[in-house]
Ligand binder design. Structure first.
Ligand SMILES: NC(=O)c1ccc[n+]([C@@H]2O[C@H](COP(=O)([O-])OP(=O)(O)OC[C@H]3O[C@@H](n4cnc5c(N)ncnc54)[C@H](O)[C@@H]3O)[C@@H](O)[C@H]2O)c1
Length: 443
């Protein structure tokens, strides 16, 4: 290891508000890898190598050997949910993993029970939660969440914690005056301001306890000035939002390729059917609106219609999500892409992705937990743009343009790791060309 980054020691507590399909698939997956019965497919932190220096140097360690990430054996888990099922029952109900995976670790999963949630049906209309905190004000609930975090640190003996929101998609909210400063936000919690949703209370509690926070859902949670400033002040890393899985992952793989080849696109129609609880929540128009907004921005920033009006100026982008219970967690996405090439001749691409959302999301939760913990130890605070790779709508500082191109995001993530660990970033210029240019510069 070439790094001077602070070493990991002790246990890392992964806190999960929302213990549904994604969270339980993540926890059970980590446990399966620890038991040696599965491999962490889909996780960069566990499986990917990183090239250091010139190709000819042949230095290609695994990322997890290159930077001091917490090893899986040192992860412990806790979470909250308004539904009291323990992790085993919740995993069975989610229907993602099969008995053959869950049964051998049933005792372990039964042992992880959710704490009562800070929950309000106003913000997730399709859920009827009973396992909930009570308090006069949102401020009281936030204090209870802070106590929970401290209690879990003590109970598990963890030295550090990270929080990844895996809760349901809340209704669409735009930033209000209470989101502008820390003082206004704290006052807003005390006044029960309706613009403050439960996920924001978790984010606030995490930041106040020095716990890095990532938002896996599309709702407004930590992406506003008050919590961004608080995170900077407390030295806490933040990332979000909305895990990049399924259809959006495919979009951000395909669109950069079409654009690189200067192929025009007239239309992109995306539709999904899914039957899990997430799908049911998204059946509510207000929750769907939050999802629609994070999904919609992707093509515009990749195609840059203002720079390339002839190619992308008339792009018609339509997104649909339909709740269809028979499909369960096995989501089906269709994309129809109407494109054109030389002399304007038209072509079509059809993508039918039979994906499993939580299977794609679980390794993202793992990587985010480990990289956010690393970022905190490396002294990074505030918005971590280098983790854009994992999100549909990357949380970026005011005035920065979101980067959606999966390949640029990937390049940035790896270069950030290199720089964090004191290595040179990589440009991918050929060695011959680079040597030539250096020689010219010397002259
Ligand atoms: N599955 C994916 O690939 C994927 C991709 C991107 C984003 N997401 C988002 O991740 C989130 C989780 O997805 P899922 O498939 O696990 O959904 P899920 O419905 O199975 O689980 C969400 C859980 O959150 C709980 N919850 C709701 N409000 C809460 C609160 N205030 N506090 C604590 N818990 C709360 C619900 O009771 C439920 O158990 C959703 O918001 C979803 O939109 C999922």
């Amino acid at each position: 290891m070439t790094t001077s980054l602070p070493a990991h020691d002790g246990k890392l507590l992964v806190l999960l508000p929302g213990m549904g399909a994604v969270a339980t698939t993540f926890i059970a997956g980590v446990e399966a890898v620890r038991r040696g019965t599965a491999q962490p497919f889909g996780s960069l932190s566990q499986m990917q190598t990183i090239r250091l220096g010139k190709r000819s140097e042949n230095r290609n360690p695994l990322i997890r050997d290159f930077v001091p990430l917490a090893p899986l054996d040192d992860l412990v888990f806790a979470g909250w949910d308004p539904i009291p099922d323990d992790c085993y029952d919740a995993a069975v109900r989610a229907g993602v993993l099969e008995d053959r995976d869950l049964e051998p670790m049933a005792d372990f999963l039964h042992g992880i029970e959710p704490m009562p949630a800070a929950f309000d049906r106003q913000y997730v209309k399709k859920l009827d939660g009973t396992h909930v905190k009570t308090g006069e004000t949102k401020w009281d609930l936030a204090q209870q969440l802070r106590n929970d975090i401290r209690g879990q640190m003590e109970a598990t003996g963890a030295t550090r914690a990270v929080m990844v929101w895996c809760g349901s998609t809340e209704v669409y909210l735009s930033p209000a005056p209470c989101h502008m400063t820390v003082e206004a936000f704290e006052q807003g919690m005390k006044n029960n301001d309706p613009a403050i949703a439960p996920s924001q209370l978790y984010a606030y509690a995490a930041i106040m306890e020095g716990v890095p926070y990532a938002n896996g859902a599309p709702n407004l949670s930590a992406d506003f000035p008050a919590l961004e400033a608080l995170a900077e002040a407390k030295g806490v890393p933040l990332a979000g939002k909305d895990f990049k899985t399924g259809q959006t992952m495919m979009k951000t793989i395909l669109a950069p390729g079409l654009k690189a080849r200067m192929l025009g696109v007239h239309g992109w129609f995306s539709t999904n059917i899914l039957g899990n609880r997430d799908g049911e929540v998204l059946d509510d128009a207000a929750s769907f609106r939050a999802k629609e907004v994070t999904k919609a921005g992707v093509l515009d920033t990749i195609f840059q219609p203002e720079t390339y009006p002839d190619l992308y100026g008339d792009l018609y982008h339509k997104i649909r999500i339909n709740y269809y219970p028979p499909h369960g967690d096995a989501k089906e996405g269709w994309d129809n892409i109407d494109l054109f090439g030389w002399l304007g001749y038209r072509m079509q691409i059809k993508v039918n992705f039979l994906c499993r959302d939580s299977i794609l999301a679980a390794p993202i939760v793992l990587d985010l937990a480990l990289f956010l913990d690393l970022a905190a130890r490396a002294g990074r605070s505030g918005i971590q743009e280098w983790l854009s790779f994992y999100f549909k709508s990357p949380h970026t500082p005011q005035g920065h343009v979101q980067e959606h191109d999966l390949f640029i995001q990937h390049f940035r993530l790896k270069n950030t790791l290199r720089v964090m660990a004191g290595e040179e970033p990589i440009t991918h210029l050929s060695e011959h060309f680079a040597a030539h240019t250096e020689a010219e510069e010397v002259e």
